[in-house]
Design a binder for this molecule. Structure first.
Ligand code: BGC
Length: 243
């Protein structure tokens, strides 16, 4: 069965149909820039355009970069604050005319990686982190997701961790791999002290460059693995959540 996955990020919005029996994209993904200001109506228009351009009429799963409970978005660190308290499921249903589900972007990526990627078959505590515009987190215990963890916002040296250690922060401040890996290392150390995962999966586009920084990380008890599905994990997890 094919389900349309849509991944809303602070920088771009991606879409592709996904075969939910295999976790693979059945058509190449399309990506458009996130409108700014990233208001609910503007993003809903972009999502509706993507659905129309793809000629899609089946179910769709949509990720959102914030806390999502029962289809309502409760935070929006990297989008317009107008999303706070918004019934996003109703908004996207109206805009697209499709049956949609909405979930947190990192949770979606984690679901995909636990089923088909770096966490497949893993019991115990697994933490998936996505490094992009922000830092997203998905926590699993014996394969079961604890939704809406927000570990990108723990405080490190007086600042939100994602402001220091996201992929965006690396680019914005033109950090060397060594400097950035040092920040990631400090962040992972803190998380390990708080939740003691056995495996940490590093996701987001940066997972394709794992060889540049994973060897620079030090002294972690947890095993570190780059996401197997890289930036497509969110799309696949979005589709999985819609069935
Ligand atoms: C948001 C998270 C999101 C992450 C990655 C953070 O700023 O609070 O909900 O998962 O960015 O997009």
């Amino acid at each position: 069965m094919d389900v349309l996955g849509i991944d809303i990020g602070g920088t771009g919005i991606k879409a592709a149909p996904v075969d939910v029996a295999t976790g693979t994209l059945t058509r190449p993904r399309v990506k458009v820039p996130t409108p700014h200001p990233a208001l609910p109506g503007a993003i809903a228009d972009v999502v509706a355009d993507l659905v129309r351009d793809l000629g899609w009429s089946g179910p769709a799963g949509i990720t959102f970069p914030g806390v999502v409970i029962g289809g309502v978005t409760h935070t929006a660190a990297n989008l317009d604050p107008g999303w706070i308290g918004m019934d996003a499921r109703a908004l996207f249903t109206k805009a697209t005319g499709l049956g949609v589900s909405v979930l947190n972007d990192a949770d979606a990526a984690g679901l995909a990686e636990m089923k088909w990627g770096a966490g497949a078959g893993m019991a115990g505590t697994v933490l998936m982190l996505t490094f992009g515009t922000g830092i997203g987190s998905a926590l699993f215990t014996d394969g079961v997701l604890v939704p809406n963890t927000e570990f990108g916002h723990i405080e490190i040296r007086g600042r939100d961790a994602e402001k220091r250690a996201s992929e965006h922060a690396r680019e914005l401040h033109d950090l060397s791999w060594g400097t950035w890996a040092g920040r990631v290392d400090e962040y992972l150390d803190r998380l390990e002290a708080l939740i003691a995962p056995e495996l940490i999966i590093i996701g987001g586009g940066i997972s394709r460059k794992a060889d540049k920084f994973v060897p620079l990380l030090t002294s972690l008890r947890a095993r570190i693995a780059p996401a197997a599905m890289h930036n497509d994990a969110g799309l696949v997890g979005a589709a999985m959540a819609a069935v």
